[in-house]
Design a protein around this ligand. Structure first.
Ligand code: GLV
Ligand code: MN
Ligand code: MN
Length: 420
């Protein structure tokens, strides 16, 4: 890897302004952002992003799943670009930084190169990946998974949200079903900047997380079928209460994760009681669950443990519990040379840093299976994310963007410099 060549920095005020300007698309009263993928607010931020990328001299292309690719030419256009970026969709009660920082910092890298009059050897491509969050359509990170060949484009286009709207219909509604085939935009490497979304960097007073691994993930859709009956007249021993059974499933998920600690986590995030009523014993429930671990064998053990626990709870309580695995993402090991390049950039910029495993899923984790990939983390306040309170400092966001800039300079190479 070539050394970072200068003390070139991104424009911190411009980046901070963009993060807060775009937060108006889907702003919530509590200071967060609700920008579900492919909804009206997503269209607004996409239009903003396309316009900003074009103003920065990029050609913007869109693929069949709506992922946006903004290309800054390099001297050698025979080579695929260095891809940088993240996502602009958010959780239903999301924050201002998850995904946004990495996407807007990537745009800021291009502007900083423009301002400094730097032509890179390789082109640079700023990306906004569709549906990273996975809260409207499952699975999460579906566009980058399709890019990596894990799903066909047709499969993903047919996925439905809770109202039965398909990805294809949602893309057409906002005008973002592009002409390019998924996978057409190749990369020489991909680097994603993101807030940590966990507590380690803040606790250790480190500015930069050099991400070398990502956790594996399993997602489930589950149902519990009991028997709906009168809450006042049905004696306790005769009940087949679906919610009481689900409560045991929730505790089993928690216990399994604790027992496989310290790095395993398990969550039941969504529960829907059909025809819920205060004086009816719940009869039918739908729920979601997930496990995560950096270790594949641990994921297997968690999966087997959940199936066993569910069967035992169902038999004892005379209810039916079905837990269907709908997605499994293997743990990620990021590219060693690229991870080293991120670390070198952090060190040469004088930022404190440490190696770190990503607890969250990211598009870079999918891309890592088809192209050398790496990630840069910066701290977020109290480690809180997927919450409107999500917060990060301007200094840390700037540091992350500077490390991204210098990683890009090292990977793309400098062809010529006319000013700056
Ligand atoms: C994506 O945000 C995830 O669930 O990790
Ligand atoms: Mn994210
Ligand atoms: Mn997220």
């Amino acid at each position: 890897m070539t050394k970072a060549r200068s003390n070139l920095q991104i424009d911190s005020t411009r980046l901070w302004g963009d993060i807060h300007d775009t937060a108006k698309f889907g702003a919530t009263p509590k200071g967060g952002v609700r920008r579900l993928t492919l909804g009206a607010e997503d269209r607004q931020v996409r239009d903003w992003f396309r316009n900003a990328c074009e103003k920065a001299g990029c050609e913007v292309r869109i693929d069949a799943l709506g992922t946006m690719f903004a290309l800054r030419p390099g001297r050698d256009m025979s080579k695929p670009p260095i891809g940088i970026g993240s996502h602009l969709d958010t959780q239903p009660t999301g924050g201002k930084y998850d995904g946004v920082l990495g996407t807007l910092a990537a745009l800021e890298v291009v502007r900083a190169l423009n301002d400094a009059g730097i032509e890179t050897e390789l082109p640079v491509c700023v990306c906004n990946w569709t549906n990273e969050e996975g809260s409207r359509f499952a699975p999460a990170m579906m566009a980058s998974a399709a890019y990596a060949g894990e799903y066909t484009t047709e499969d993903i286009l047919g996925r439905k949200d809770a109202d039965g709207v398909t990805v294809a219909e949602a893309l057409d509604t906002i005008g973002y079903r592009g002409a390019d085939a998924v996978g057409q935009q190749r990369f020489s490497a991909f680097v994603e900047l993101h807030i940590e979304q966990g507590p380690l960097l803040e606790a250790e007073h480190k500015t930069i997380g050099v991400v070398d691994r990502g956790q594996g993930i399993i997602w489930y859709n589950g149902t519990v079928a009991g028997f709906a009956a009168h809450a006042g007249t049905t004696p306790m021993p005769l009940r087949r209460d679906a919610l009481a059974a689900l409560a045991e499933v929730v505790l089993a998920v928690e216990k399994l994760a604790r027992d496989h600690g310290p790095h395993a986590v398990g969550t039941v995030g969504e529960v829907r009681i059909d025809n819920a009523s205060r004086n009816v014993i719940p009869g039918d429930i739908a729920f979601t669950a997930e496990f995560r671990s950096p270790d594949s064998a641990t994921l297997d053990a968690l999966h087997d443990g959940l199936q066993r626990a569910a069967a035992e709870i169902a038999a004892r309580r005379k209810v039916a519990v079905a837990i269907e695995k709908i997605w499994r993402k293997e743990p990620t090991v990021f590219d060693k040379a690229l991870v080293d390049a991120v670390e070198t950039a952090a060190r040469e910029m004088g930022y404190s840093h440490r190696r770190i495993t990503s607890g969250a899923g990211h598009d870079a984790c999918n891309l890592a299976s088809v192209v050398p990939a790496a990630m840069i983390f910066v701290p977020c306040k109290d480690g809180v994310s997927h919450n409107e309170l999500e917060d990060a400092t301007q200094a840390d966001c700037t540091a992350g963007a500077n490390v991204l800039l210098h990683t890009v300079l090292a990977l793309a190479g400098v062809a010529s410099k006319t000013s700056g």
